[in-house]
Write a protein that binds this ligand. Structure first.
Ligand SMILES: O=C(O)CCC(=O)C(=O)O
Ligand SMILES: [Fe+2]
Length: 231
């Protein structure tokens, strides 16, 4: 796994984590064997514990669902000191062209300091952002496994703009269908000690600040009636 050559620190990318043949077989499986929710935009399926879009943590009321065989074969083998056990929560997502995911930091208290994401299908530009406006665009290649830890995990947001093309230098590249598999481990104790009040749910709760959910802001502004585009 190689560190990304600029900020954010803690972003590592393992190119060609799977072969083109493995990728093609997986995309075939995604398209023919999985039952995706009927909705426009990005679509998600959950394995292990189920992710809750209400709390942005796992929903412990939904029993742990064992991983299917095809997924077990794709668990990251980590050079960074772990994982010592299989992930608790895995999310397979499909991004049709034009869709994205709003900038966010995965919930600190719920998940520990390592997040992995395997990419399949079309490449996409992922944007990392830091409070104060710094932004780094990362061109995420298919078949690569990304690891976010340290700063990249805790103190930067990541997101994908909902748009039909990405611009790289002078080149406008059309988006294509992309799939990702993200891997998360529950944080023991459920409290994060990073203290980052801009991004950490534990720090915000301790400071008496309610996390600023975009859909709550929309509700207050008389806008959308339900969360639509949250991670
Ligand atoms: O699609 C990806 O590569 C990342 C998805 C993500 O950030 C998330 O599900 O929290
Ligand atoms: Fe994320």
């Amino acid at each position: 796994m190689e560190p990304f050559d600029t900020e954010p620190a803690g972003l590592l990318i393992h190119k060609d984590f799977i072969s083109p043949a493995q990728e093609a077989a997986l995309i075939q499986l995604f398209q023919t064997e999985l039952t995706w929710p009927e909705r426009k935009g990005r679509r998600s399926l959950h394995y292990g514990y189920t992710f809750s879009y209400r709390t942005f943590a796992v929903d412990l009321d939904v029993p742990y669902a064992p991983f299917p065989g095809w997924l077990t074969a794709l668990l990251p083998s980590d050079e960074a000191g772990g994982p010592r056990r299989p992930p608790d929560q895995v999310c397979v997502q499909h991004y049709p062209p034009g869709t994205g995911i709003p900038p966010h930091a995965d919930t600190h208290g719920a998940f520990d300091d390592r997040l992995y994401a395997l990419s399949l299908g079309a490449p996409v530009v992922m944007q990392f952002g830091r409070a104060g406006g710094r932004r780094v665009d990362v061109d995420v290649a298919p078949r690569s496994m990304m690891l976010m830890r340290g700063d990249a995990r805790l103190h930067w947001t990541h997101g994908i703009r909902a748009r039909k093309t990405d611009t790289l230098g002078e080149v406008r590249r059309p988006r294509g269908d992309r799939w990702s598999i993200t891997y998360r481990w529950l944080r023991a104790g459920g409290e994060c000690e990073c203290g980052d009040e801009a991004l950490c749910d534990t720090a915000q709760r301790r400071a008496g600040v309610e996390r600023a959910y975009r859909w709550k802001e929309q509700l207050q502004a008389g806008g959308a009636a339900a969360p639509k585009e949250e991670p």
